[in-house]
Design a protein around this ligand. Sequence first.
Ligand code: BTN
Length: 257
Amino acid sequence: MLLGELRTSRFGRALRVVAETPSTIDVAWEWLHGGGPEGGVVIAERQTRGRGRRGRAWASPRGGLWMSAIARPQLEMGSAGRLGVGLAIATAEAVGAEAGCEVGLKWPNDIVLGGRKLGGVLVETEEEGGRVGAAVLSIGLNVNLEGDSLPEEVRGVGTSLLGETGRRHCIERIAGRVLEELEGLWPEVVGGGRGLVERWGERDVLYGRELGVDVGGETRRGRAGGIDREGALVLMIGGAVDRVAAGEVSSVRGAER
Ligand code: BTN
C-alpha cells in the first residue's frame, strides 16, 4: 500500500516525510505539542541521532523504515504496554504480508526474522490526569540495509529484510501496510480484550522457553507464558505466575516452538 493510497482514517492521514532529521520521535513530539492530529505520521529517510530502548543509539542510514506516529489514546497508565504490543503486532503482520515471511515477536519490542532482530518498536508516553494523554509510537525496521550498515545495537544479533530474503523491498509499501494494520488493531489497543494476547501468541518466539529477565537490577527467572492483556510478560515460576510490566530479557534457554 503506497502512502498516497492509504485506506486509513486515523494513521497517516497527516504525513510528514523528511529526508533527514535527528530523530522522528522529536519531530513527532514537537508536532503533537503544537496541536498535531492523532494519527499524524513522521517518516525520515535517514536519522542522525536515532534512539532505541534504554537510551541506546539506533543507527538509521538510508534504506530503513524510521517512522513515528502521534496518538492520544486516553489509556490507563497500567495499560500503556498495549501500545507497544499493538504496534509490534502490526509491524510483524505488515512485514510478513509484504515480504512473504514468518515474522516473530520477542517481548517487549523486538521484531524477529530467522532468529535475529529485524527491528524494534519504541513507545514514549505523557501522562495526563493518571492516563496516557499523549504518545509517540515509533518503529525502526531494517529493510534494505546491508549487514555493515545495521544499527550498532543489533549488529551480530540483527538482520535486515534484504539480508533474510535476498531482495530489496519497497519501504513505502511496508510503511503503509503497518499503518493499515495498526488502524485495524487500534480498537483492541485502546479497548483491551484478548485479541492482542492471541495475535502476539501466534508469533511469540519466547513462549515456553526458560528466561532470565532483568527487572530494576534484579534477575527474575521462569518459563515464558506469553503476554497478558496489558502487554506484560507472563512468567511461570514453579507453580506461581508472575507478570513483568517492564524489563529486559537477558537470557533465553530451550528450543523455540
Ligand atoms: C529498539 O530499541 O528496538 C527500538 C528502536 C526504535 C527505533 C525507531 S526509528 C524511528 C524512531 N526514531 C528514533 O529515534 N527511534 C525510533
